[in-house]
Design a protein around this ligand. Structure first.
Ligand code: ACO
Length: 325
């Protein structure tokens, strides 16, 4: 099996900033509540006519330049998203058309907030086995399109954005271990009830606001802490390493308190955690993707560093990935 590494990263966030103060004008909340309970100060929201593929395309272009790869050389495009432009065609095909990557096989992955790690895990197998030489994996979301802006329990949490990475066979280092998991028995904790085949869009579903995120936040919080801790421990063990060896921990940016509790259980000190939740909130599948790209850009990741990605989401699903940069 060939070693597989990340050879380029890119990100894109829409320009419009929605602050906690702005939200306090929309629902009964405050900057103080949101900051202390979640760590979020602001999030980005798409412009009118801007969709998930638009964000994905911009992040992809940056990742390809960073990787030094031409779009025509790409073998596989995977987009992780819960908010595709439309049910079909896939966002991956829309990216392919825009960046002009005719060789690529393209599909979307729906694994909620863990989608980017699922995408990495899938692409890794194709490249390790020699089927493809490289892959473009993107996490992209317009969560503002499924957020109920009248529900203070959820609307303060989410934002829009996209992150991308290029994977390829490498001679040394690269992905040391990947771990994916799911627990469908907790599917009801976080969902968008309507808009699929069970409750197709109708006047009734719209009137009942069923096309928006419904979440049992408290229950999810506790599960998230345990799941993310276990997923991270699993990849560390698989790679025969210890948590002290980790140079940078890049967790799913869902809630600062979840992240701090997971880091504490793993015995990872605060100075090794990468955070951008304050600026962007929870961007689901784009979360670890954009944080990884940003960490590279600001020099928090150097060659040889051990980087741990760790995430969980609706499904429930989870995934962790340990990379030697
Ligand atoms: N502003 C002010 N008050 C609020 C707000 C708000 N925005 N939202 C809820 N409250 C109130 C509640 O109504 C409740 O009031 P009550 O005691 O009078 O009933 C009180 O604050 C406490 O509510 P809790 O739900 O207990 O607050 P908690 O500390 O658990 O924080 C939160 C809520 C932030 C949602 C937390 O549970 C959480 O982060 N859970 C995990 C959610 C998550 O990560 N989801 C996504 C995972 S998957 C994915 O990323 C798609």
């Amino acid at each position: 099996m060939r070693k597989v590494g990340i050879i380029g990263t890119g990100e894109y966030f829409p320009k419009k900033v929605l602050t906690n103060f702005d939200l306090s004008q929309m629902v009964d909340t405050s900057d103080e509540w949101i900051t202390t309970r979640t760590g979020i100060k602001e999030r980005r929201i798409v412009a009118k006519n801007e969709a998930t593929s638009d964000l994905a395309i911009k992040a992809s272009r940056e990742a390809l330049v960073d990787a030094g790869l031409k779009p025509g050389e790409i073998d596989l495009i995977i987009v992780a998203t819960t908010t595709p432009d439309m049910p079909f065609p896939s966002v991956a095909c829309l990216v392919q058309r825009a960046i002009e990557a005719p060789r690529a096989a393209c599909f979307d992955v729906q694994a909620a907030c863990a989608g980017f790690i699922y995408g990495i895990g899938i692409a890794q197998q194709f490249i390790a086995g020699g089927v493809y030489n490289n892959a473009l994996v993107i996490g992209a979301e317009v969560l503002s399109s499924i957020t109920d802006w009248k529900d203070r329990n959820t609307c303060v949490l989410f934002g829009d954005g996209a992150g991308a990475c290029v994977l390829a066979a490498v001679k040394s280092g690269g992905i040391l271990a990947t771990y994916l998991g799911s627990d469908g028995s907790n599917a009801d904790l976080l969902m968008v009830p309507a808009g699929g085949s069970r409750q197709p869009a109708s006047h009734e579903t719209v009137n009942k606001r069923l096309h928006y995120i419904k979440m049992r936040g408290n229950e999810l919080f506790k599960l998230a802490v345990n799941i993310m801790t276990k997923a991270a421990a699993e990849v560390i063990k698989k790679a025969n390493l210890k948590s002290e060896d980790i140079d940078l921990f890049i967790p799913h940016q869902a809630n600062i308190r979840i992240i701090q509790l997971v880091a504490k259980k793993l015995k990872i000190p605060e100075n090794k955690i990468y955070l951008n939740i304050d600026k962007y909130g929870n961007t689901s599948s784009a979360s670890t993707a954009t944080a990884l790209c940003e960490a590279v850009k600001v020099g928090r990741i150097k060659r040889g560093d051990l980087v741990l990605l760790d995430t969980f989401g609706a499904g429930l699903v989870w995934g962790a990935c340990l990379i030697k940069w």
